[in-house]
Write a protein that binds this ligand. Structure first.
Ligand code: VGL
Ligand code: ZN
Length: 202
């Protein structure tokens, strides 16, 4: 059923590298796509986000001779070092072929600055550099957002918490998300989202 115009759907990072076979594959990451495709038809405003890194991005373990999934401290705070993923110009950065991307009006790319990672659709990991999505949504009269996609405990959670902080009503449909779950990161993210006023639904 069609949602009212003040509601938007934000589809986070449904890209090949986060799906089975990808460089940072999330278990069953592609299983959520049919539901997301159906949801997109119900919202007048649909935004896709795309993790979009240069080849030598500072969040890549290979740049630090470190093991993937270890931690370092960047000038802006702690940072997980990831396997090289979502590099511009590769197949891994592309949206999964089953995602009906034509149902979106806007694609926000993030993580394109070599020295700073960006989990959230709203702010980079320094928590202050904006992506512009806040202005896009607010100027279109959006007050409520629904978030789906990959990964629940990183980009979805950061985006949802920022949305709540910016004054949007924020709901995460967990059944249309999948998690990386690194050292309890899913339980941690769920607790932080709840504390931030994010609604968690199935
Ligand atoms: C993501 C880790 C690194 C995500 C992106 O989409 O959740 N996670 N880059
Ligand atoms: Zn990334």
């Amino acid at each position: 059923m069609m949602r009212p115009d003040h509601e938007a759907l934000i589809v986070i990072d449904v890209q090949n590298d986060f799906c089975p076979g990808g460089a940072l594959a999330v278990e069953d990451g592609d299983a959520i796509i049919p539901r997301i495709n159906a949801l997109m038809a119900d919202f007048a405003t649909v935004v896709l986000t795309q993790d979009f890194h240069p080849a030598h991005h500072a969040s890549f373990a290979a740049m630090h001779d470190a093991a993937p999934f270890s931690m370092i401290y960047m000038p802006y705070g702690p940072q997980v070092l990831w396997p090289t993923h979502c590099v511009q110009g590769t197949t891994g950065v592309a949206f999964h072929a089953a995602l009906l991307t034509d149902r979106a009006q806007m694609i926000i790319r993030k993580g394109f600055r070599a020295q700073i990672d960006s989990y959230s659709a709203f702010f980079e990991n320094d928590r202050t550099t904006p992506t512009g999505l806040e202005g896009y949504l607010k100027t279109r009269g959006v007050t409520q957002i629904t978030l789906v996609g990959l990964a629940t405990d990183y980009c979805v959670a950061y985006s949802a918490m920022d949305a709540a902080r910016l004054g949007f009503g924020a709901t995460v449909l967990e059944g249309a998300c999948r998690a990386i779950d690194l050292n309890g990161s899913l339980a941690d993210a769920r607790e932080k989202m709840r504390a931030a006023g994010v609604r968690l639904e199935d």
